[in-house]
Write a protein that binds this ligand. Structure first.
Ligand SMILES: Cc1cc2nc3c(=O)[nH]c(=O)nc-3n(C[C@H](O)[C@H](O)[C@H](O)COP(=O)(O)O)c2cc1C
Length: 278
């Protein structure tokens, strides 16, 4: 489901040029005397009428401060002031106006928000996060996260995977010590999650477990939570600490929390053709 906010305008052509060419919105739909733009998950439209709506504010927000600065450089002439931090809302912002005098705002949230990302953005922006804020993950976010994780594919739909939430600090410390720097991220997070599968339900233990784990990583990112695949946790001592039967498979144990930094640089990726073989 979605929605659109419409504004009346007296200058549809100028509005079209401004929001498409200057702000970088995409054209979602054009019909008769109306244009509808898309910016992230925001749909907003303008229709030619005999007066113009100029109340309210259209806010465009970005994943980083640099984007706000970039737009300020572009819109210096129509900006009301330079970008600045607003402590009340913990945002970085500046205001300007569109060609018809409508107030617009460019901002960056200087704290974690669950930003809208389309499917591609979700896939390409997920990063391995190794440092976390101490912020407690709200119960309703955990509820929604695990609710989303019910939909991972499994061999013959046997749904053999399950999650163990680890929030005992002593256990987190023990787990984080077992593989030197590779497992350290576990103790940096408020909680960790072991993603396991049960051999009584499937013959495809590893596949079910690993797919469920990656599904979890992506679902967590959707809710603004960072994760990191920690390998080689399918060990007897780990199972003992977590009360997991010896014959079950532990795909990974990932730390889970709000990333310390919202933007972690993408490690180098090869070009597309490298991954396609004849
Ligand atoms: C099978 C597998 C094992 C990994 N093991 C570890 C690990 O033990 N510790 C760690 O910090 N990161 C681990 N990672 C994370 C990778 O280092 C990371 O995915 C890779 O550098 C690419 O970075 P990105 O996830 O931010 O795109 C592992 C990832 C995978 C898929």
């Amino acid at each position: 489901m979605s929605g659109i906010i419409f504004f009346k305008t007296l200058m549809l052509e100028e509005i079209r040029k401004f929001y498409l060419d200057e702000v970088g919105c995409t054209l979602w739909l054009e019909q008769a005397d109306c244009i509808i733009f898309k910016h992230g998950n925001m749909l907003f439209g303008f229709c030619t009428r005999d007066s113009a709506d100029k109340e309210g504010m259209i806010t465009f927000f970005y994943d980083n401060k640099e984007d706000v600065d970039h737009f300020y450089a572009r819109f210096k002439d129509i900006a009301y002031s330079e970008p600045s931090y607003n402590d009340k809302y913990k945002i970085y912002q500046f205001f300007a106006h569109d060609p018809e005098g409508r107030a617009i705002e460019f901002q960056y949230f200087d704290h974690a928000v669950s930003t809208h990302r389309d499917g591609r953005q979700l896939l390409v922006s997920r990063r391995s996060v190794r440092k976390f804020k101490e912020t407690v993950i709200p119960e309703d976010i955990l509820f929604r996260l695990f609710e989303t994780c019910r939909f991972a594919p499994t061999s013959m739909n046997r749904q053999s995977y399950y999650f163990k939430i680890i929030n005992d600090r002593a256990v987190l410390e023990k787990l984080s010590d077992i593989r030197g720097s590779s497992s350290k991220p576990i103790a940096n997070a408020p909680i960790a999650v072991a993603i396991c599968s049960d051999p009584r339900l499937t013959k495809r233990l590893e596949q079910d477990g690993c797919i469920a784990a990656y599904h979890f990583l992506l679902a967590a990112w959707h809710y603004g939570l960072g994760t990191c695949w920690i390998a080689a946790m399918d060990r007897d001592d780990v199972k003992e600490w977590l009360n997991i039967p010896k014959d079950h498979y532990v795909a990974t144990i990932t730390p889970l929390g709000y990333p310390e930094k919202l933007h972690v640089a993408t490690p180098e990726r090869k070009e597309r053709d490298y991954f396609i073989r004849e």
